[in-house]
Design a protein around this ligand. Structure first.
Ligand SMILES: [Cu+2]
Length: 151
């Protein structure tokens, strides 16, 4: 089954996931061969409060482990560096995308298919958790009308 990227983002947009001052939009896991054991997760995280929110832990019941990463350019080589914290600025937002901050998921417990939904659990400083549903995207050519994640 192929679900268009535009339709997926439309559906996600209508169910922006809000809790504890965090609003999460467009949570996706980009297309990749089902055999891939490491997957990225991208989304926009908005903070509606007047204080920075620090995300200190990420996990998924569908993956063995998960990490917060940042892609940085070091000696002309792009490297992914594990982060201890992801700071969502007060009254601001952070975009998780290719080439920047992102979530990295390791070793899916079952193979992921396009259209699957993956539960991510973000823990913020203080211990509150925030559940996010990320959609596994279908492998298709990019839709010009949508922002494209750049490698
Ligand atoms: Cu990474």
């Amino acid at each position: 089954m192929r679900i268009s990227l535009a339709l997926m983002l439309l559906l996600l947009g209508t169910i922006a996931q809000a809790k504890h001052g965090l609003v999460i939009h467009d949570a996706i896991i980009p297309a990749a061969p089902p055999s891939m054991t490491v997957r990225g997760a991208f989304m926009t995280i908005e903070n509606t409060t007047a204080m920075d929110i620090r995300i200190t832990k990420i996990r998924s019941p569908q993956f063995a482990s998960a990490e917060i990463h940042q892609t940085v350019l070091q000696d002309n080589v792009y490297k992914m560096i594990k982060q201890d914290v992801l700071i969502v600025p007060a009254k601001g937002k952070i975009e998780l995308k290719h080439g920047g901050y992102h979530l990295m998921l390791f070793d899916p417990k079952t193979p992921l298919q396009p259209g699957d939904s993956v539960t991510l659990v973000l823990t913020v400083e203080g211990g509150k958790t925030h559940k996010v549903k990320a959609l596994v995207m279908a492998d298709e050519s990019p839709d010009e009308s949508l922002p494209v994640h750049q490698h």
